[in-house]
Design a binder for this molecule. Sequence first.
Ligand SMILES: *Cc1c(COP(=O)(O)O)cnc(C)c1O
Length: 386
Amino acid sequence: MRRVTSDHTDDLSPATLVVAAGRPERVQGAPVNPPVELSSTFVSQGVPTAGEPLYGRIDAATWHPFEEALGTLEGSTHPALVFGSGMAAIAAALSLVPPGGRLVLPRHAYQVTLGFARDLQERLGVHVTVVDIDDTAAVVAALTEPRTASLLWVETPTNPMLEVADLPALVEAAHAVGALVGVDNTFATPLVQRPFDHGADVVVHSVTKYLAGHTDVVLGAALADDPDLHARLHAYRTLHGSIAGPFEVWLALRGLRTLALRVERAQANAAELARRLSEHPSVAEVRHPSLPSDPGHERAARLMRGFGAIIGLRPHGGPEAADAVVAALRLWVPATSLGGVESTLERRRRFATESLTVPEDLLRMSVGIEEVEDLWKDLAQALDAL
Ligand SMILES: *Cc1c(COP(=O)(O)O)cnc(C)c1O
């Protein structure tokens, strides 16, 4: 297999790695950026040698630079595996639960992840238990009762409630009963949290969000440190054909180059907006782990490098007031999804499928990289009008 070399990346900081990793080999005349290779098949005859390029569903050279870079950023010994979407990567990871096995996952996991778990329950008799991921004692108890879990799924912070899990404690408890731990690291990105450092077995990303970062691509990735788990995820991707197109992966690598700058700016904006929102008279509740009063603050300060850039906001006046805020905004874009350069927001319960324990008036705000004063002015005028 033609691997893209990432020279001298061992001792580099993450903010440098996003720029330096996954570059073509440094030889005279080589391009600085990897090319997009558009070919579904490759010249080949006789018995193929291991890793030889054969067919575009099995492997594609354009995936490698991004896979290498993300693998390095997450601190994995293997490259990441790109998938056609975050859900395709999550489907591969959750399929590690055998038929009749047991899956424990957060009640405020990404709603489509919860939908996939219900599908596994109906089709394959997988026993599904939903837990409060920030209640460590309850999660630990659920790992063995009523039967031992095969996989503990963790999102931290959760989407959209921003609960922060005690990841090291959960990994230790899960491994003690022989359960695997998978972490959806979409909200944090590897710059803010590296689940493998805490012993996680599988990490997934909706690359659609921060990693690509420009709201122009749908893509996913899964990672595993263990060679057997990595091989199983790889086999799943090939068998199910849940692959990514070369252009999408190339765009994601282009987006990744600015990840450190974007995350730094978005987190700073989010912390400042959360602080101002918490003092606004029209605001009933703000959730952001940067706030000292936030239930997730202590854990986030201990386990994460930063507090993320998603805010949960509940204005006074119920869902109607929340909808009025969305309608009154001029700069913030009303849209689902998150992690782009532009600030977006939505009332999550506008979806009938959203978890009923998510408050009806909760606005999930994805803070972008605009000038914070412009973001605040827009928010303040919308809240003042309530
Ligand atoms: C968006 C999202 C997903 C799904 O990813 P897609 O790329 O939309 O398939 C999974 N997990 C989290 C936390 C997300 O925000």
